[in-house]
Design a binder for this molecule. Structure first.
Ligand code: PRP
Ligand code: URA
Length: 237
């Protein structure tokens, strides 16, 4: 057995046991990291975290929070002139320029993808399945429906939970190999450990976080967090 899977006495250990983690304060002002301060967001996330919130309500809240995150994370999108006629007179309006894509990290990213589509209906959805091995916390790719043709100017990797950062880092690696000019990562809850890892590994992307939590427990779950975001969305306890 490896050093990470046993303690010195041979007793099985947990993957984050003894791993040093940064504090919340240490990651609050990382470059290109945007942490929401909107009161409506805070209100909805509290309802999401509540252990009494059942899957139908949980999924509805993920979509509502996802819509707010979609607004917050798209403030820098490029616009192009769009000549139209109002009932009153011609004018040159504006429309979003270039292809926009969203990559939900399956499964838990699916609710957020629906929210992004509600906000920007002609967004492309590139599905990527990553599953975290709960013993090693390594992300494993099991599904990839990224198209061969790339005509995006910007893509958003989206996932409710940024814990150790393994899944987020792998998802951005996959998107970078497609040569998309601008990439962002969007999540609901981040742990300082994963946020720092993602920011250091991919300093050239924007990272949008709805709430920054305190720490990871020994199993790699976010505290206070909300538990397992996939299970709570889809009722698979
Ligand atoms: C969860 C979550 C993230 C990942 C975060 O997914 O939705 O994808 O774990 O952990 P990390 O930052 O340590 O990689 P999980 O692998 O449990 O799959 P699921 O979405 O199918 O529930
Ligand atoms: N994945 C989750 O769904 N929740 C956590 O706290 C960590 C990873």
């Amino acid at each position: 057995m490896t050093e990470t899977s046993t303690q010195s006495g041979g007793r099985p250990s947990l993957p984050m046991q003894g791993v040093a983690q940064p504090s919340r304060e240490e990651v609050l002002h990382l470059p290109r990291v945007y942490i929401s301060s909107h009161p409506v967001m805070a209100h909805k996330i509290t309802a999401l975290r509540d252990k009494n919130t059942q899957p139908p309500e949980f999924y509805r809240l993920v979509k509502e929070i996802g819509a707010l995150l979609a607004y917050e994370s798209t403030t820098n999108l490029a616009l192009e002139p769009s000549p139209i006629e109002t009932p009153m007179e011609p004018m040159v309006g504006q429309r979003l320029a270039g292809g926009i894509g969203v990559t939900p990290i399956l499964r838990a990213g699916l609710g957020l993808a629906e929210a992004f589509r509600d906000v920007i209906p002609d967004i492309q959805v590139w599905h990527l399945g990553l599953r975290r091995d709960e013993d090693t916390l390594q992300a494993m790719e099991y599904y990839n429906r990224l198209p061969h043709k790339v005509d995006l100017q910007v893509a958003y990797a989206i996932d409710p939970m940024l814990a150790t950062g393994g899944s987020a880092i792998d998802a951005i690696n996959v998107l970078k190999r497609r040569g998309i000019p601008r990439l962002s990562y969007v999540c609901i809850i981040a742990a300082p450990y994963g946020l720092l890892k993602l920011s250091q590994t991919h300093p050239d992307i924007d990272i949008y976080v709805a709430a920054l939590d305190e720490t990871l427990n020994d199993k790699g779950y976010i505290l206070p967090g909300l538990g397992d975001a996939g299970d709570r969305q889809f009722g698979t306890f």
